[in-house]
Design a protein around this ligand. Structure first.
Ligand code: CP
Ligand code: NVA
Length: 313
């Protein structure tokens, strides 16, 4: 059983609040919770998690709610539009008031700055359930899934093919933090945020991760242990769909021809939801190399560990 440290960072906003050692402890705890869930069934008894959604969700919503119930706590769902926040009540006021009712808050919204402001004014832990810039809870599940396949992640190559979006940013940061080599194939028009890339290079200098950004999917995928992709059009970008399709298709599609360049036992990852025959073919996502269902399940275990660590103090 993991020896609990006295305290962990209050918030999970971009992963950058957490050290490599703290993320390793979280992953260990997630593995323990996955193996022996009953042992933790009263871990968060009496605790309440609030969930605010300004965008749709299946995995994040249900895994947080179910996770909280499995830990003996409770969850309250809030639609952002139905809160006074949606009518202009200041974030600081909302943060102060919610802090007096509940024990932790998860939010999925558009602006990352808004989530940072919420965390600054809340006395309770704030968890980012996806913003336009980051998706840290997804990256925790991604890391857990890769650990389950490879004991030593410092010897693997991850290839991300597609849009330089929220999922891409969080995957980059977690790989940079943990010392995992990652190569990206991203078209020029949809590159990784420059500030996040710079931060990742700083982390990589300490962890030994190799970060390579190219526009060539074949280069990125060659000898990869994991191939990762996400949708080309994220929530809130629907009007750009046609333009994006014109740029990404067919060069950035993960299909059998591209995957042939990876290691013979490569694993395919996708945060889901997926658009078959756009960023990935059905043959790949429903094929023998795909571990995206395991990855989706791991959202539950990784987030339960996160909740346990941020709510223990
Ligand atoms: N991967 C993910 O965050 O899925 P949802 O949008 O369904 O929560
Ligand atoms: N990049 C996607 C991820 C969905 C989980 C989006 O933001 O819509």
């Amino acid at each position: 059983m993991l020896e609990m440290k006295k305290s962990y960072p209050k918030d999970m906003l971009s992963l950058l609040e957490w050290s490599k050692a703290e993320i390793e402890e979280l992953i260990q705890l997630a593995l323990e919770m996955k193996t022996n869930p009953k042992h933790f069934s009263h871990a968060l008894s009496g605790k309440i998690l609030g969930l605010i959604f300004d965008k749709p969700s299946t995995r994040t919503r249900v895994s947080f709610e179910a996770g909280m119930l499995q830990l003996g706590g409770q969850a309250i769902m809030m639609n952002g539009k139905e809160l006074q926040l949606g009518r202009g009540e200041p974030i600081a006021d909302t943060a102060k008031v919610l802090s007096s009712y509940i024990d932790a808050l998860m939010i999925r919204t558009f602006s990352h700055e808004e989530v940072e402001a919420l965390a600054e004014h809340a006395t309770i832990p704030v968890i980012n359930g996806l913003t336009d810039l980051h998706h840290p809870c997804q990256a925790l599940a991604d890391l857990l899934t890769m650990y389950e396949w490879k004991d030593d992640l410092t010897n693997v190559k991850v290839a991300f093919i597609g849009d330089g979006n929220n999922v891409c940013h969080s995957l980059l940061l977690i790989c940079a933090l943990m010392g995992i080599t990652i190569h990206f194939a991203i078209p020029d028009a949809y590159q990784i945020d420059a500030t996040i890339l710079e931060k990742a290079h700083q982390l990589a200098a300490e962890s030994g991760a190799e970060i390579v950004v190219t526009a060539d999917p074949v280069k990125a995928v060659t000898d990869a242990d994991f191939i990762y992709t996400d949708v080309w059009t994220s929530m809130g970008q629907e009007k750009e769909n046609q333009t994006r399709m014109g740029i990404f298709y067919p060069t950035y599609q993960v299909n059998t021809a591209l995957a042939a360049y990876a290691k013979p036992d490569y694993k395919f990852l996708h945060c889901l939801p997926a658009h078959r025959e756009e960023e990935v073919t059905a043959e790949i996502i429903d094929g023998e190399h795909s571990v995206c269902w395991q990855q989706a399940e791991n959202r539950l275990h990784a987030q339960k560990a996160l909740l346990q660590l941020v709510l223990q103090h």
